[in-house]
Design a protein around this ligand. Structure first.
Ligand SMILES: NC(=O)c1ccc[n+]([C@@H]2O[C@H](COP(=O)([O-])OP(=O)(O)OC[C@H]3O[C@@H](n4cnc5c(N)ncnc54)[C@H](OP(=O)(O)O)[C@@H]3O)[C@@H](O)[C@H]2O)c1
Length: 324
């Protein structure tokens, strides 16, 4: 990925702008739109000249400076927003992420973008004590009051190629003789494929829709299934969450990443990554796992390296290099 951008022809009408098309969910949304014959511009912190998607889409900087945003969004009909941060670190805060998102939406309104499709999270309105969820809730409320035509998509736990969380669980289960489930492990998850999230985002015209897959399982079952799929030999045992966090923090320090945060474990333990509505996703996690098992978790994907390096955050700085 390179932080220089080709000149943008802002007089060009582009049917969709997608934040993060060189990353995870944004990539799937861009691909879904292209399949449907739409023209796509991505807003990203860096260009990716070697990415096969690059020759099919325009690219503009994802910086939250109003004039730059307005020029990036000029001529766009629908904005698909995936921008968010996983945790606070390196000067990135949830309050900042809320402010940035609203700056993005104001710029979209300012240049006449007709509709915003915003990727939120399942149960965004049920955990205001957890800053990740509280920020998502704040943005949902802002959109609802904005008068802007919009849809809100709330994914549960997203799986697919280039995901971080499930890949890194698999990475650990491949290597460790013992895996500690934080707490009882009986809290629920309902994984949804990134392709389903993209399809739901592109199909939904308005309203708030959960993106959740057809398989509902306990976190303990999810871990066991991943372990079996990657032929891990880890003994999976339950233990206090504080011990799980301490182990993750030590391993995280050794490999230079934040593997999981206390708030993420709290969200998991409250079964927030499920829906009470009908499943809207169709791709089964078990099928995907069977197919991906041999490849999953072979290398570690660093959240800090992907999303928190200074050169990624500053598009005028050096190229970002991925090396998992
Ligand atoms: N992954 C999941 O399991 C999951 C579950 C529920 C909800 N969601 C929501 O789905 C959306 C997409 O998630 P994702 O996992 O696909 O995210 P992602 O691809 O890692 O990132 C999405 C966008 O946010 C930007 N970004 C990420 N971290 C950043 C940071 N630290 N500082 C500045 N910008 C940052 C990325 O910039 P670049 O374009 O430069 O890469 C990209 O445009 C998010 O709103 C997330 O909250 C995800």
């Amino acid at each position: 990925m390179h932080a220089t951008y080709p000149p943008l022809d802002s007089s060009r009408i582009v049917s969709a702008a997608v934040t993060g098309a060189f990353s995870f969910t944004g990539r799937a949304i861009a691909e879904e739109l292209l399949r449907r014959g739409e023209s796509v511009r991505t807003l990203s912190r860096a260009d990716a000249p070697d990415d096969p998607l690059r020759r099919l889409i325009d690219v503009a900087p994802l910086t939250f400076e109003p004039a730059t945003l307005r020029s990036s969004l000029a001529g766009v009909e629908t904005l698909y927003n995936t921008y968010w941060v996983r945790f606070e670190r390196c000067g990135v805060s949830f309050a900042g992420a809320v402010a940035n998102t609203l700056e993005l939406f104001e710029a979209a309104r300012g240049v006449g973008v007709r509709r915003i499709v915003h990727i939120s999270v399942s149960n965004a309105d049920r955990a205001d004590d957890l800053p990740y969820f509280a920020g998502k809730h704040q943005i949902e409320k802002w959109l609802a009051a904005s008068g802007i035509e919009h849809a809100i998509i709330r994914p549960t736990l997203v799986f697919g190629s280039q995901d971080i969380l499930i890949n890194n669980l698999a990475w650990m289960l491949r290597r460790t003789p013992l895996f500690l489930l934080p707490g009882t492990g009986d809290y629920l998850v309902q994984p949804v494929s990134v392709g389903d999230v993209a399809r739901i985002a592109v199909q939904t015209r308005a309203g708030v829709v959960d993106a959740a897959g057809p398989d509902l399982m306990s976190f303990a079952a999810l871990v066991s299934m991943i372990c079996a799929a990657v032929r891990g030999r880890a003994r999976i045992v339950s233990g206090p969450r504080s011990v799980g966090l301490a182990i993750n923090s030590i391993v995280g320090r050794l490999i230079g990443d934040v593997i999981v945060t206390a708030d993420e474990l709290e969200g998991l333990s409250r079964s927030l990554l499920v829906t009470e509505s009908e499943a809207t996703g169709t791709e089964r996690f078990v099928d995907w796992l069977r197919e991906q098992g041999p490849r999953l978790g072979r290398s570690y994907t660093s959240e800090l390296r992907r999303n928190y390096r200074a050169d990624v955050r500053d598009p005028s700085a050096k190229p970002k290099v991925f090396s998992a």
